[in-house]
Structures are given as C-alpha cells and as structure tokens.
Design a protein around this ligand. Structure first.
Ligand code: TYD
Length: 237
C-alpha cells in the first residue's frame, strides 16, 4: 500500500480579502489534526517562481499585455507545481496555496479579456491532473478589500493601483468561477471577523476533505495577533 496523496486547497479572492491570514489559520487547524501542511502562494512558492513574481509585481510585464502576463504567471505556476506542490502532495502532505489558477482566470482572463480557450489551454499544460481538491473563495466587497490593502501601507503594487470598478469586476469574476464549479469551490464571507471566517473555512474543509474532528481550539485566533503577521511567508515581501 503506497502513501496516500495529500490534498490541494487553494484560497482565492480580490485584494485585501484576508487570504494569507486565513491560509495560516487553516494550516494550523490542519496541523492540529496531525496533518503535514505546506503553505505556499502564487505568484511564487519556489525559488524560480519567486523571481518571476518580482518581475511581474514590479510592473515590468504589464506593458506587454495580459497574454504575456498570463504566460508569466503560468511559467511561475509550472515551476511551483514541479518543485513545491507535487512533491508535497506525493508525500501525503496537504498543500494550502494563497492564490492559484483562478487568479489567472479572473485577473488576466476576465479582466484582461483573454479568450477563455487560451486560459484553459494554459491550465491544461501547467496543471494537468493536479487541480485543487478544494478552492475557498474569500469574498469581500471591493471597497472593504481595498481599504484593507491600503491599511497594509507601502506603495500599491501593479494590481492594487487599479480603479474600484476593476476590483468589483474581479469579485464578480471569482463568484462566477465558484458558481460554475460548485464541486470544487466554496464561497466564504471574508468581511466577517478573521476567526469567524476561519471557522467557516474549517467547516468547508471538514465537509469536503478527509479531516476528522471538531474545529480545533486554535481557530480562535488571539486578538493581539497583528494582521500583517501572516503575510511573512517564505520569500514574502
Ligand atoms: P500579492 O501581493 O501576493 O497579492 P495578494 O496579497 O492580493 O494575494 O500579489 C499578487 C498579485 O498578482 C495580486 O494582485 C493578484 C495577481 N495575480 C494575477 O494577476 N494572476 C495570477 O495568476 C496570480 C497568481 C496573481
């Protein structure tokens, strides 16, 4: 009997949805069940993909258009899958990934007006059979997300500096993806307090994946925890 493949969970949503905090909280909850968890993010998640991330978020690629951008995100994704995600799943770990292919569908595909067939082809090439087992759409009104992103401080990156209408369209696009693939996707209300969002995510994970037990105690995050803490992922900004 071989080792059972792990499970692949992605978190998706617009800017300031609180995905990174939730990724950390979910990982802790899973670890509480004795499960090995790899927390990662896109773009990035492997040394080469992190280099591509720097190029994209610096704004170097945007002038080349959404197709070039989609291809760069895909190039990063191929390396990330190869070096980080597949090896982890193979050894039985759960992978919790902050953004994945739905971000390419929404940002480059829907908002960049790319032919969906091209986006699907890129997904087939990059991802193949390793589609996420579960995708959590962390949904917040665009205004809430943007206010949160602004609170983080620092100069807005390539996408944070887009107009409010962009962020509303983005939100609709994620909700449409969720509606079109209900077997993979769950929408969670991200405008609630972080510990309530975490509880909702935990319920979804329990309902759909083989994890046992009650919601672990840790899910009640201490109030003193600074919101930014979870942002400091490997290779983070
Ligand atoms: P990041 O700072 O990680 O944003 P967030 O905290 O909102 O996740 O930057 C990633 C940016 O890249 C974000 O604006 C979404 C965008 N993106 C795409 O446009 N396409 C993609 O395929 C991915 C993975 C991200």
């Amino acid at each position: 009997m071989g080792i059972q493949r792990g499970r692949f969970i992605t978190l998706e949503g617009g800017e300031g949805a609180g995905k990174s905090t939730q990724a950390q909280m979910l990982a802790e909850a899973l670890r509480g069940q004795g499960i090995e968890v790899v927390v990662t993010r896109e773009p990035g998640g492997s040394p080469r993909a992190e280099k591509i991330r720097e190029a994209i978020l610096s704004g170097l690629i945007a002038p080349l258009g959404p197709v070039a951008e989609a291809m760069m995100f895909t190039a990063a994704r191929i390396d990330h899958l190869d070096k980080t995600i597949r090896p982890a799943l193979k050894r039985g770990a759960f992978v919790v990934c902050d953004r994945f292919a739905d971000s390419t569908r929404a940002y480059q595909g829907a908002l960049g007006n790319i032919d969906p067939r091209l986006i699907r082809s890129l997904e087939r090439i990059a991802i193949g059979a390793d589609k996420p087992d579960l995708t959590i759409m962390v949904d917040v009104p665009a205004a809430v997300g943007m206010a949160r992103a602004a609170q983080r401080g620092g100069a807005p990156d390539r996408f944070e500096s887009e107009a409010p209408a962009f962020h509303e369209a983005l939100r609709r696009s994620f909700l449409e993806i969720a509606a079109s693939e209900p077997e993979r996707c769950v929408v969670v209300n991200g405008a609630q307090a972080p510990e309530i969002v975490a509880r909702d995510i935990w319920s979804a994970v329990q309902a759909r994946l083989p994890v046992a037990g009650e919601a672990p105690k840790m899910i009640l995050m201490p109030k003193s925890k600074p919101r930014r803490a979870a942002k400091s992922r490997a290779g983070g900004k």
